[in-house]
Design a binder for this molecule. Structure first.
Ligand code: NOJ
Length: 562
């Protein structure tokens, strides 16, 4: 029997072969929680280097490493004190070089994380700004302003920090008097730079070159939509307590001036060999605005947070996939897909919540708890939906093990500034940052040789440790491996997308990518893979006995019978 031709709606045609990043699967290493080489309970670069073989075996194309630069760690390293070195906690500069060299030996590309919106308050520039006083060249690199009201005692405007609380902090001047205020869209230890200052621009171009010269393949750009603020820093229409990053709108986000920065950076990257690339962390809506970041002379890719924040709903996911591909196609960019990262509740937990769409800012022991089994079942189904799509996919460390969020972490362990800045009303992001389990029976599940771990790992990590899954048919790890191998073999990343109309309803969706048929049932009655197709991979553990049936919360991959 040959495959019948189902009624389809083509959204995106297959692309000719292009540079590596256009269809890459990129794995995010969050270094403090990946692998601890020296046993202090905090992951480091030498530890990560020894585990790179795991990523090669998994079958990803590239690694994005979250910040490892010198930092007081008030925001887990996204508060950078020196952009050209490595924090002693993570190793020394030579360890970064060794990591990159070993990754390259395995055929893996490396993105490092660039944090250009703000520095740490420990950065030499900010220290100099405090010492130099008002209206100095040193202060002009940041956004210092006089306060409003009598004696300048009120902040210059009504902006709020993304982490909660005001976005302004008042300094004490060198003469001991209460002084100016500086802007920080995040923690008060993360002063925002003034990107209208040519010194700031020159410095970051030099930082790009510093890492490109060391051989990195590109950059993940932190807060890529925030560097330029509206002239005059106008008040928001009304004071807002809304700190949900999905709602980033207003005079501090997505300003047109930011694109000029990316054009200059693109020119820097293009002057190097080897298809170096950038991926933007831009929480921008609608997708047509996001597409502006990935025009041909700007950033190469942007994370697709519309996909990450979709509810477990076939119609909504179908809309997001269609709109994403359509928006990116208007500028010739590839679409990316992502389900988790170090800032959001892990999807194996989100999808097991009564309201699976809830993004939340962390989950604590006193909150409603997820259904772990349902969450894992759906997480596996979501992975096969994502990895069958054309474009590039970003994986967060541990999702290949089906790791859930740590939802019962003791409050005394919390380190995310969100916890303090919201007066303990939001738990924050520590629950998705718990160190990885490598070996079920080893101390700290193999994360660290001494058993130390900067956050306590939950007991469920034992059954999800890598050594319990490696080589085990039906495990989440083997599912990811098989999906990545098939993805490569079938050229899925540079492929097409056409919806199979008969199988797209309220609770299911199906698409063709080249010859690969992906059928996902998001919760309704079982659906059948059409005649003429052979199932090659399924997200449940039914194996061959699953036949051509796709039960609820399951995705299958099928190819035409030949
Ligand atoms: C986005 C990063 O992913 C997040 O972890 C960090 O807190 C903020 N940017 C501020 O740098």
């Amino acid at each position: 029997m040959t495959a019948t031709s189902p009624a389809t709606t083509l959204v995106h045609p297959a692309s000719p072969a292009g540079p590596w990043w256009r269809d890459a699967v990129v794995y995010q290493v969050y270094p403090r929680s990946f692998a601890d080489g020296d046993g202090d309970g905090i992951g480091d670069l030498p530890g990560a280097t020894t585990r790179l073989g795991h990523l090669a075996e998994l079958g990803v194309d590239a690694v994005w490493v979250s910040p490892f630069y010198p930092s007081p760690q008030h925001d887990a390293g996204y508060d950078v004190a020196d952009y050209r070195d490595v924090d002693p906690m993570f190793g020394v500069l030579a360890d970064a070089d060794a990591f990159v060299a070993e990754a390259h030996r395995y055929g893996l590309r490396v993105f490092v994380d660039l944090v250009p919106n703000h520095t740490s308050s420990e950065h030499a520039w900010f220290r100099a700004a405090l010492t130099a006083g008002p209206r100095s060249a040193e202060r002009d690199r940041y956004l210092f302003r006089d306060g409003r009201g009598p004696a300048g005692a009120q902040p210059p405007n009504n902006w709020r920090s993304t982490f909660g609380g005001p976005a302004w902090t008042r300094v004490t001047e060198p003469d001991g008097t209460p002084g100016q205020w500086y802007l920080h869209l995040f923690d008060e230890t993360q002063p925002d730079l003034d990107w209208t200052n040519p010194q700031v621009r020159a410095e970051f171009e030099a930082v790009l070159r510093f890492w490109l010269d060391r051989g990195v393949d590109g950059f993940r750009i932190d807060v890529a939509h925030g560097m330029v603020k509206a002239p005059g820093l106008p008040d928001l229409p009304e004071a807002s307590d809304d700190t949900d990053p999905r709602h980033h709108q207003g005079p501090m986000w997505d300003q047109d001036g930011v694109h000029e920065i990316y054009r200059s950076w693109r020119a820097v990257l293009d002057s190097y060999d080897g298809d170096r690339a950038m991926v933007a962390e831009a929480w921008v809506t609608p997708l047509s605005r996001l597409a502006r970041y990935v025009r041909p002379d700007e950033v190469h890719q942007s994370f697709n947070f519309a996909f990450l924040t979709s509810r477990w709903d076939a119609a909504e996911l179908r809309t997001v996939v269609t709109e994403s591909l359509t928006a990116m196609d208007t500028v010739g960019a590839t679409t990316t897909w992502v389900l988790s990262n170090h800032d959001v509740v892990r999807h194996a937990t989100r999808l097991g919540m009564a309201d699976p769409g809830s993004f939340g800012s962390g989950i604590g022991a006193d909150d409603p708890q997820p259904d772990l089994e349902l969450g894992l079942r759906r997480a596996r189904a979501a992975a096969l939906i994502m990895l069958g799509l054309p474009g590039s996919a970003y994986l967060y460390q541990g999702e290949e093990l089906g790791l859930p969020e740590h939802t019962t972490l003791d409050d005394t362990e919390r380190q995310d500034p969100v916890w303090e800045r919201t007066g303990h009303t939001q738990k924050g992001r520590d629950g998705c940052r718990v160190p990885l389990p490598w070996e079920a029976d080893a101390p700290a599940y193999g994360f660290s040789p001494t058993g130390a771990s900067w956050l306590t790992q939950p007991a469920v990590f034992a059954e999800r440790a890598l050594d319990r899954q490696r080589g085990v048919a039906g495990s989440t790890y083997e599912l990811y491996r098989a999906a990545l191998a098939r993805r490569r073999e079938l050229a899925v990343g540079s492929g097409s997308l056409a919806w199979v109309e008969d199988l797209c309803g309220a609770t299911s969706m199906a698409y063709l990518n080249r010859d690969l048929l992906v059928v996902a049932n998001l919760g309704g009655e079982p659906v059948q893979v059409p005649d003429g197709y052979r199932v090659i991979l399924r997200s449940d553990t039914a194996g061959a006995s699953g036949g051509s049936e796709v039960p609820a919360d399951t995705t299958v991959w099928a190819v035409p019978l030949t």
